[in-house]
Ligand binder design. Structure first.
Ligand code: RB5
Length: 140
C-alpha cells in the first residue's frame, strides 16, 4: 500500500509522527511536504496529495493542517476525491466503510498524536462495504 501525505505548518509535527508509524508498519509513504515550520499555504499541499491519489501513484492520501478544515475543503473540490475530516475513531472507520474515503484529513491542533495515530491505523485497515454505499458514492 502506498500513502501520500501532506501538511501545512500547523500539521508538520503530526506528519512526522504519522510517517514514522507508517514506515514502521511497512507502508510506502510519499511525503509531499511541507518540510519546514514556516507558514505555507495549505491548498498547495492538498492539491499535490489529491493529484497523486487521482493519478494512481498513491492508494490513499492523508492531509494535516491545524484544524483539518482547510485541507478537507480543498481536497473535496477534486472530482474522485472523497476526503473525510475526522476527529475520532468511529468516523474514521465509517468514512472508509460507508464512504470509501480516499483522503483522511486531521486537525493537528484538534486531536492529540496518540488518537491521530490510532485513527490512521483504523482508517487504513478498514475496507469499503460496497453495495448500497457504492450506489451512493456513485451519485456524486
Ligand atoms: C494555519 O494557521 C491554519 O489556518 C491551517 O493550518 C488550517 O487550520 C486551515 O484550515
Amino acid at each position: 500500500m502506498k500513502v501520500a501525505i501532506g501538511c501545512d505548518h500547523g500539521g508538520i509535527e503530526l506528519k512526522r509522527q504519522i510517517v514514522r508509524q507508517l514506515e514502521h508498519d511497512q507502508v510506502q509513504v510519499l511525503d509531499l511536504g511541507c518540510d519546514a515550520s514556516e507558514s505555507v499555504d495549505y491548498p498547495l499541499f492538498a492539491r499535490a496529495v489529491c493529484a497523486t491519489v487521482l493519478n494512481g501513484e498513491a492508494d490513499f492520501g492523508i492531509l494535516l493542517c491545524g484544524t483539518g478544515i482547510g485541507m478537507s475543503m480543498v481536497a473535496n473540490r477534486f472530482k474522485g476525491i472523497r476526503a473525510a475530516l475526522c476527529h475520532e475513531l468511529f468516523t474514521a472507520r465509517m468514512s472508509r466503510e460507508h464512504n470509501d474515503a480516499n483522503v483522511l484529513c486531521l486537525g493537528a491542533r484538534v486531536v492529540g498524536p496518540g488518537l491521530a495515530l490510532e485513527m490512521v491505523k483504523t482508517w487504513l485497515s478498514t475496507g469499503f462495504g460496497g453495495g448500497r454505499h457504492l450506489r451512493r458514492i456513485e451519485m456524486f
